[in-house]
Design a protein around this ligand. Structure first.
Ligand code: 5GP
Ligand code: MN
Length: 326
């Protein structure tokens, strides 16, 4: 069988391209998290220090708990009219351009750099710096900054440590390798504010989020002899708790943490769509399960958008998980 796995760009190729271009647009994915934003902001801050022009593109608003990041106030979905047409659009932390949302302008491939750590990245750029063994897209960016010899300022370090702490669940997930801890130590040495990241991202929960967690846990169901746990959040539950989508983040972790649970799913049926979050304890590949339904992600953490009713979504996800060995 021919190995059709696409070849990733080398660090040297990407650095040469970053040096060559004068203007950049950092693109983050919809429902932005600390990795997609932190990686783009860190690279943008560094490129600005090299005298380059940088814009940050995001189709939605920045979640409350990420607004402390440097330059987060400059992120918008409007690219200045005079922005050079040969700007390089740098996509951070997404497996395909669709994840950038519907407000993304039409782009030609030659102006796209894809930086990511997802399994199954579509290699949609002219250059694809896709390193699936990295814990975050931010550590991919860190390798580029090191190769470019750009000084890591405290602001850049905080953005990069945010990507690591987000994607390792505060150093708890299995992707927390010795190298990740060494990179983190280096970032803290460069002035990354670990306390602020902990405070803003992990310890700053709103009361509505707590009430919503209680509601969702109350609806939780177990299946497959206790190996699968799932729950949902809908518009009515959000309204009842005075909560919004940002307040759902913690729920899936609680479902997954139950003894004996191998896979957890949270169905987020609000704002006219059904988003599904999947988490695995390590036996079942939830990236493969999500891919069966048009989504993606990582072996242990994935997601998808389901078009249809909530009962159909629940049945389809169950079937996809069974097909992956649940
Ligand atoms: P979350 O459950 O936090 O929304 O997503 C978990 C992981 O799955 C993240 O790494 C995220 O990038 C990925 N993911 C979530 N939704 C989608 C999707 O619709 N498509 C793809 N390709 N990946 C997704
Ligand atoms: Mn990521």
């Amino acid at each position: 069988m021919i190995d059709e796995k696409p070849v990733a760009a080398t660090t040297e190729e990407v650095v040469a391209e970053l040096r060559k271009r004068e203007a950049f647009v950092m693109v983050s994915h919809v429902k932005p998290d600390g990795d997609t934003l932190g990686a783009g902001l860190a690279l943008g801050l560094a490129l600005k220090r090299l005298g380059k022009r940088v814009h940050y593109f995001q189709g939605e608003s920045i979640p409350r708990n990420l607004r402390f990041l440097a330059d987060a106030d400059l992120v918008s979905n409007v690219v200045p009219a005079d922005f050079p047409s040969d700007a390089l659009w740098v996509f951070c932390d997404m497996s395909d351009t669709g994840r950038a949302g519907e407000t993304l302008p039409q782009l030609s491939r030659e102006n796209i750099l894809d930086i990511d750590h997802h399994l199954g990245n579509a290699h949609f750029g002219a250059l694809n710096y896709v390193l699936p063994h990295e814990c975050s897209t931010g550590t991919c960016v860190m390798h580029l900054l090191r190769a470019m010899n750009v000084p890591i300022t405290p602001e850049i370090a905080t953005c990069l440590l945010t990507t690591i702490m987000t994607d390792t669940g505060g150093f708890m997930h299995s992707n927390t390798t010795p190298e990740v801890l060494m990179l983190s130590a280096e970032l803290i040495g460069s002035g990354a504010d670990k306390e602020q990241i902990t405070e803003e991202i992990f310890a700053n929960k709103r009361f509505p989020a707590l009430k919503l967690l209680g509601r969702a846990l109350g609806e939780a169901k177990m299946a497959h002899q206790g190996r699968y746990m799932w729950s949902f959040v809908d518009d009515a539950m959000l309204a009842e708790c005075h909560a919004d989508g940002e307040d759902t983040e913690e729920i899936i972790g609680y479902l997954r943490s139950v003894e004996g649970v191998e896979v957890a799913a949270l169905f987020k049926a609000y704002d006219g769509e059904i988003r599904v979050s999947l988490r695995s304890s390590g036996r079942i590949n939830v990236q493969a399960a999500a891919s069966r339904l048009g989504g993606g992600g990582h072996f242990r953490a994935s997601g998808l958008t389901y078009v249809g009713s909530l009962p159909d979504a629940i049945a389809a996800v169950d079937a996809a998980l069974v097909a992956e060995g649940l």
